[in-house]
Ligand binder design. Structure first.
Ligand SMILES: [Zn+2]
Length: 437
């Protein structure tokens, strides 16, 4: 196996430790050592990359990926295009993510059942660029709730949701998703501001439907996640064994306690970017002005999101960044903006926000626990950054600052400034005290 040494880096290892200057060795697709400067002589490597003090961190995880969403302004934009076209859309989404430093994508749902499955398979075979993908399928909902675009006179089979009613139909839908290769099942447990007949605080799906879905997904070794904004829906999810809770704006003391008790098991993805974009006027050109957002109850959702997720941060919940990018006003690959939102809205310190993007994401992707931190034995997904994100968290949105993007030990991007010298030279240069610009 080929070995690589990344030398003289400022290493943020994702364990919670303070950054330190040192070297990181990779053999094949695994990290073999992380060594503080001066503690040992550097072993020989086939490839030597002199980081010149740059910031080395684990690759990021998009925690609620919709690979097939691109310039979506209405649900119709998910339903009307053919699967053949949407395969290309999803492939572009995967490439945009890894180009932006997201080496993992934890799937939410897609416009068609097998879009993320197909792209994942191509990426894993090395035939398309993209992150590690836990593929989402269709969202699974119930009659009359979010995702049910049908009407009695105008039935709409074919997306963007599978509609089920009752435990038996639920079991069958989840099994079918598993058969088709989906890694992450997604339920629409609560309502949503985009569906006026079932707003965010409502809970159209029953506990029994959620329980059967979770039991079935786990029986097939898959993960199960839920769109859940309502208090009752979120309680159902925690009690039914759902792994990932998306949005989760509304909470009471009992829900917060339930989630804290389950904090070693669950992941929570606030997806706050969408609310910020609407209330900040970024979606106005698409008919979603702050005023329209007001009619949709977005300010109330944002206010509760701030309250709930600030409290969950204090209780040690494993938050993930990302979610609901790929609309007309938010491009795939802009997900690192969420780091700023975590700092601004939920009171995260930049280093802790970065742990959400790296360590927590890795744990959500792989139950093995071998992703999302930089340590011997971990998978080699990592980024070298021009600049220090702990001093300015916004710079992770600047793709030109991504000097190195590595996934599974393979280089996806290497900046010209880091041209590879022969492995035998140069001799160790002194570690830079600052960060190279
Ligand atoms: Zn979503």
């Amino acid at each position: 196996m080929a070995t690589t040494c990344i030398a003289n880096a400022t290493i943020f290892d994702g364990t919670g430790a303070a950054p330190f200057v040192g070297d990181l060795m990779i053999d094949g697709n695994r990290i073999t050592s992380v060594t503080p400067a001066g503690s040992a002589s550097r072993p020989a490597a086939d490839t030597l990359i002199d980081a010149q003090g740059r910031f080395l961190m684990p690759g990021m995880t998009e925690g609620h990926a919709h690979l097939s969403f691109e310039n979506v302004c209405r649900t119709e934009d998910l339903i009307t295009p053919t699967p053949e076209e949407q395969v290309f859309t999803a492939a572009r989404g995967a490439k945009a993510l890894i180009d932006a430093g997201f080496t993992s994508a934890y799937g939410a749902s897609e416009a068609k059942l097998r879009l993320a499955v197909a792209v994942r398979n191509q990426v894993n075979a090395g035939r398309l660029p993209g992150p590690r993908i836990r593929a989402g399928g269709l969202e699974i909902s119930v009659t009359g709730a979010m995702g049910d675009e049908g009407r009695e006179h105008d039935p709409r089979p074919g997306g963007p949701a599978t509609i089920v009613d009752g435990a038996d139909e639920m079991r069958r839908a989840v099994r079918l998703h598993c058969r088709e290769g989906v890694d992450n099942i997604k339920l629409d447990v609560s309502g949503d501001p985009f569906y006026p007949s079932t707003p965010g605080h409502t809970t159209p799906m029953t506990f029994e439907e959620i329980r059967v879905a979770a039991e079935t997904a786990h029986a097939y070794g898959r993960r199960i996640n839920a769109h859940t904004r309502s208090i009752e829906g979120s309680k159902h999810c925690v009690r039914a064994g759902v792994d990932g809770l998306f949005h989760t704006e509304y909470a009471d003391e009992e829900l917060l306690d339930l989630m804290e008790e389950a904090r070693e098991r669950i992941f929570v993805v606030p997806t706050v970017g969408l609310f910020h974009q609407i209330m900040n006027g970024e979606a106005s050109a698409h008919g979603l002005s702050p005023e329209v957002g007001g009619h949709m109850n977005i300010p109330d959702l944002l206010e509760n999101s701030i309250k709930t997720h600030t409290e969950l941060r204090k209780r040690g919940i494993r938050h993930l960044i990302g979610g609901d990018y790929g609309f007309g006003w938010s491009k795939q690959g802009e997900q690192a903006r969420d780091l700023q939102f975590f700092v601004r809205y939920y009171g995260y310190a930049p280093a802790d926000a970065l742990l959400c993007a790296t360590r927590n994401g890795g744990l959500a992707m792989r139950a093995e626990g071998d992703l999302g931190t930089l340590a011997a034995g971990q998978l080699a997904d990592l980024l070298l950054i021009d600049g220090n994100p702990l001093e300015d968290i916004a710079l992770l949105t600047e793709h030109s600052r991504l000097a190195l993007i590595m996934k599974d030990g393979a280089i996806h991007k290497l900046a010209p400034a880091l041209t590879l010298p022969p492995a035998s030279e140069p001799a160790r240069t002194p570690a830079h005290s600052g960060i190279a610009a």
